[in-house]
Design a protein around this ligand. Structure first.
Ligand SMILES: [Zn+2]
Length: 402
């Protein structure tokens, strides 16, 4: 049904997929190479539809599994990013922040149901319930995906996982999911092919569903582990609402907290991008600039303040681009672009010890000669840079992706 819906949409607007692909792209696909994701975007078809937002949302849903969708409701344009384009991990002009790891998958979190403990108890007594086993920022994987464990695969006691600390995640396609911290005996119970993987290292290769479930599982289990005692009276707190709230004997409730941070891609009048090296990083590592939002501050206010502090720049055209949960342990990255009013950078040396304006050619050359290594593809910083670069970021051939 999904495929027919997709074909119907394309046919209706007379944009058959084949006609939107350049000869170069077809050749690249047939040879096994990944097609370049450029401003001309051979794997992308832009479909203008005059429709109300509910139809756009329907389009998003029906295309899931076939590619990412770039949605701009102000112009009622939908960009369909086909498999060849998404597979190159280049975002480019067809970039969708829905395809940034952790950001592009929503599910029924059962926010009302989880208030009733019976829902969690029922889930844990159902052998088919899916389980994400967590150890700090790592999850169990098999290949590139979450290890497909169920309650039935795991012993009922706490030898392998800490069942009393299980958290209800919700329902995905009719299946119930829970997150559970690992117990000391988990290593001996793993079957062949199942291994630990840090979510930050593997998210870019995971499906959007698995990356989002993994990130949420890491975040909620870390929060429960870090909030054992009440901040107001010091008493032990127990989990309620299926692990999403904690309460002490005095009835003081603690809700999950997030740390919002802004991240900004700054360009100048010549469309060069500003990248910086943090004083705490290893040599050669560069990225765009970020900072935590302070109390009483808007996102835009944080962008202006942080960039004045870190690189001494005043900004114009501050534009929201998208956001990314970054649950290590509990950040929410809010991505912006901005223009610099001048190019006179003054860094704050104890934080940013070098900043460089780079054109696309200069960036490509700096990566090639090894003087610049860029963020990995799991991060929103990669997505913001790739959006400016016009495709997948360059990689130093002899070294591999940074
Ligand atoms: Zn208390």
């Amino acid at each position: 049904m999904l495929a027919s819906t997709w074909r119907g949409l394309v046919t209706r607007h007379r944009l058959p997929l084949e006609s939107t692909m350049s000869a170069e792209s077809k050749s690249a696909e047939s040879s096994g190479r990944r097609p370049a994701c450029t401003a001309e975007s051979p794997g992308t078809a832009a479909v203008a539809i005059a429709a109300r937002s509910k139809v756009l949302r329907f389009t998003l849903i029906t295309l899931r599994g076939y590619g990412s969708v770039c949605l701009s409701e102000d112009t009622l344009r939908v960009q369909l990013v086909f498999a060849g384009c998404a597979a190159c991990t280049g975002y480019g002009s067809c970039m969708s922040f829905a395809s940034v790891p952790f950001s592009g998958f929503g599910w029924d979190r059962g926010g009302m149901d989880r208030r009733d403990q019976a829902w969690l108890e029922s889930a844990l007594s159902d052998s088919a319930t899916r389980v994400v086993v967590v150890d700090r920022s790592s999850v169990l994987v098999e290949g590139h995906e979450l290890a497909p464990l169920t309650v039935g695969d795991l012993p009922a006691d706490d030898a392998v996982v800490a069942w009393p600390d299980a958290v209800w995640l919700g329902r995905v396609d009719g299946e119930t999911w829970v997150a559970v911290p690992a117990s000391a005996g988990v290593e001996a119970a793993l079957r062949d092919g199942v291994a630990w993987a840090d979510v930050r290292q593997v998210a870019a290769g995971m499906s959007a569903q698995d990356a989002a479930l993994a990130a949420t599982s890491v975040a909620i289990t870390a929060w429960n582990a870090a909030n054992v005692f009440c901040a107001r009276c010091g008493q032990w707190m127990r989990p309620i609402d299926a692990g999403w709230v904690r309460v002490c004997n005095e009835g003081h409730e603690e809700f999950l907290r997030l740390d919002p941070a802004v991240i900004v891609r700054i360009t100048d009048e010549a469309d060069r991008v500003l990248v910086g090296h943090n004083a705490a990083w290893e040599p050669g590592r560069y990225s765009i600039f970020a900072g935590f939002v302070e109390p009483g501050e808007s996102f835009e206010g944080a962008v202006r303040r942080e960039m004045r502090e870190e690189v001494g720049l005043d900004l114009t055209d501050i534009t929201y681009m998208g956001s990314q949960p970054w649950p290590f342990p509990r950040s929410l990255m809010v991505g912006f672009t901005a223009k610099a009013a001048s190019t006179a950078v003054v860094t704050q040396p104890d934080e940013i010890d070098e900043a460089r304006w780079l054109s696309r050619d200069e960036l490509r050359a700096a990566v090639a000669d090894g003087s610049v290594r860029l963020p990995g593809p799991s991060s929103i910083s990669y997505a913001l840079l790739a959006d400016w670069f016009g495709g997948a970021l360059p990689v130093r051939e002899a070294v591999g992706r940074a």
